[in-house]
Design a protein around this ligand. Sequence first.
Ligand code: 8MY
Length: 278
Amino acid sequence: QFHMIKYEDLRWCESLGQGSFTRIFKGSKIDIRDGERHVTDVLLKELDANHKNCWESFFEAASLMSQISHKHLLLVYGINVMVQEFVKCGALDLFLKREGSVSVSWKLDVAKQLASALNFLEEKNITHGNICAKNLLLAREGDASQGSSPFIKLSDPGINVAMLVVLDRIPWVAPEVLEAPERLELECDKWSFGATLWELFNGGQAPLQGLDLERKLQFYETYKQLPSSEWTELADLISQCMNYQPAFRPSCRSIIRQLNSLITSDYVILHAAEPLPD
Ligand SMILES: N#Cc1ccc(Nc2nc(N)cc(-n3ccc(CO)n3)n2)cc1
């Protein structure tokens, strides 16, 4: 299902950093189409040498996402090196940390786009398994004064959960996944959606940041919730998603309905532009 890209058609440019198993580079892909040379900006994601053993799950994640297409799902061109469409503004967590103050309606717009991507995956009965702000890519920053809104793309799930040391994905990974990493169900993405919503409304800060592994495990063992927002309706939605009973988590349709009612609430008007976090 991938159309073949030849190695010599790829150019590696600057490194953009590295994840736990991968390194990412800015690059360009050269296509000759109807006699014309097209150069496309791409993101090159390499699996680092000492993780070649999780190659097949790297491939599996990429091929899963390449079989479906949706406006909020990242386009993946190829594998061996994963060649992704280059998304202009990069990962959302870094953007939020850099930007500091984006409006509540900007955040709700992003939340709705993620919810619609999850709804699409739910309809296809596909569990993403790694929903978090780092895997949300900002294709368009959006500028309220120009009336343009943000546009996000959900990135590939990356190495599948069974390969990952799921412990360092607390609190994004649903508690039931710690018991059975191979049993990834749709409800797991609802839990992660709640944790990502929390990141979105906390300036891109990672939830439970700084807690060591022991404390993170205790967080689940004692059925804790993340610090709740002063906006009670938002706090309610986050804790519904992060329900320790998977079956009690809301459907995507319910999440979208609740986001729509948050968008119309007067809290949005009162908090048009968030103050810079002190
Ligand atoms: N400064 C800056 C800057 C950095 C990256 C991009 N673009 C981009 N495009 C993609 N397709 C994927 C990613 N990712 C970044 C982290 C991850 C997690 O895996 N992906 N970044 C644009 C600007």
